[in-house]
Write a protein that binds this ligand. Sequence first.
Ligand SMILES: Nc1ncnc2c1ncn2[C@@H]1O[C@H](COP(=O)(O)OP(=O)(O)O)[C@@H](O)[C@H]1O
Ligand SMILES: [Mg+2]
Length: 430
Amino acid sequence: MSSELGAAVAVVVSHVVKSYRIYQRPQDRLLQALFRGKKRFFEEFYAVKNIDFQIRRGEVVGILGRNGSGKSTLLQMIAGTLEPTSGSVVANGRLAALLELGAGFSPDFSGMDNARLSASILGLSEPEIEQKLPEILAFADIGDHIFQPVKTYSSGMYVRLAFAVAACVDPDILIIDEALAVGDVKFQTKCFRRFEELVASGKTIIFVTHSVEQVVRHCTRALLIDGGCLIDDGVPREIANRYLDMMVGAAPPIKHASSPQQSGGSLLSAIETRAGYCSGEYRWGEGRARILDATLIREGEDSHCIQFDTRDRVQIQFAVEFDAPSERPIFGVFVKTPDGVTVYGNSSRNLCPPSEGRRVAAGDVVSVTFSCLLNLGCGSYVLSLGVSEDSFGEIVPLDRRYDVMQFEVVNFSGAVGLSDLDASCRVVLM
Ligand SMILES: Nc1ncnc2c1ncn2[C@@H]1O[C@H](COP(=O)(O)OP(=O)(O)O)[C@@H](O)[C@H]1O
Ligand SMILES: [Mg+2]
């Protein structure tokens, strides 16, 4: 079958549909069998509705979508463990899949036996398995547990072993369904490093995650699934923003405010007129409060500035106007690299004494100042600002302005990297 596909194509999903018959009552199933299709006793439920796309070799595709949108169903059909109701999936090459937890391993067998079994199902010969086993065991890093039955494993151990098998058997296409949410950060880092190695050798990766950051950071492309349909397909950053938008419900577009009246400090203009303002900012939230203006001020100076030196002390100030009273407003800042890696984020909830900033009335304008030490490496950074509300323990975003302003940091020490660790060095002759 692969000969029909160009060598550059890894997966072709053509008009794939998956529907289930839903019987309201158990007896309906029996009635349906008796009536042999002359009458219908079920409702048709479409978990996946006519999805169509191609994935090229070397792509890292992130799939986003809310719970129940059909992501796992789609991955199972790509992996070949679930038959589409109609349409077809063609995969070009050896495929290894790490599907939802619980699938795959035999609970009574040891981790070692399961690893061998999975590798053989994935098409490895006995000598190949023997050759790959040390790598698999090292990657999983679960010690003597490897000799215990898999049913005694924690979910973390299970995933480590399953990922190790899938990633070490040299698959052409690796499919992962949310498994990376289970491992700890160190293991995740190892997995993503493995992704990079696989992609560098022309392999293809498809993974479902809830982490927008993982998608922005590790994917070359993202798909957004909703209600069983592919509703968007494109650049990770844009798809991630659309997903966030969807998750907070259709946020009403917030009208940009006219210039605020006197709002304290130097916050006298609109953020859109500031140097460094990014017109591609992503703005969302429920409304009821608006971030009007923001400035960056080097300590000891008084004007807006977007060029700093490493270890400058900088004030990030912004003004927020409330249209409705709020009991517990929370103000936050995020600093990211242009490709979406969070360098720092924090909020007034962590940084302010509990007495401060409690309760605002409709019409109030609040000035918020974060004072930071820019221990950053040389490069460009983007600032995100937010105001939310703590509503009985739930954080409700009111106005979030992501990637709203860009600033530069120059580091004359010659250091490279995101952060300046202010190292010193001594070399002595022994
Ligand atoms: N075997 C099944 N029978 C009936 N409905 C199913 C079955 N499997 C999944 N579904 C339904 O299909 C929809 C999509 O499920 P799923 O693909 O698991 O979503 P996601 O992975 O995006 O959370 C859900 O509404 C789910 O309840
Ligand atoms: Mg799922």
